[in-house]
Write a protein that binds this ligand. Structure first.
Ligand SMILES: [Zn+2]
Length: 127
């Protein structure tokens, strides 16, 4: 899987939901002569579209929590979410946590419990 910044990935999901909803509604068109089936398809197709709106709204909320950092790899400014993220410009791992500096990007670093476990494992390797 291609590495991508978190916000871009969530945005991709939201877009996929819109398409899924449209495809379901489009299938419904084939059942035009059965109004009940047609309306069921419309309703089912509407659900992912509503979900995508919620996701887009959520992205808007998340965007207010992002911080702008200068990517050490490509020198471009990028927005990051959480302690570790992927630069949206060069797709390199970036972190604001000096403890994680130089380590390979791992989604788990944004989860406090998993992060401590990973750091513990690293320490055990050294000793
Ligand atoms: Zn970069």
């Amino acid at each position: 899987m291609k590495k991508n910044s978190k916000i871009n990935r969530i945005r991709g999901w939201a877009l996929a939901l819109v398409f899924i909803g449209m495809i379901i509604m489009y299938i419904g068109v084939f059942f035009r002569q059965y109004p009940i089936v047609f309306s069921i398809f419309l309703i089912i197709g509407f659900i992912p579209i509503i979900l995508s709106f919620i996701v887009y709204f959520w992205i808007g909320m998340l965007s207010t929590k992002t911080i702008q950092v200068k990517c050490p790899h490509c020198e471009h400014y990028t927005k990051m979410l959480g302690r570790a993220d992927i630069c949206s410009n060069c797709n390199e791992a970036i972190t604001i946590d000096p403890e994680l500096d130089g380590k390979e990007f791992n989604e788990d670093y944004n989860n406090r419990r998993k992060r401590e476990k990973l750091l513990q494992e690293d320490e055990n390797k050294i000793n």
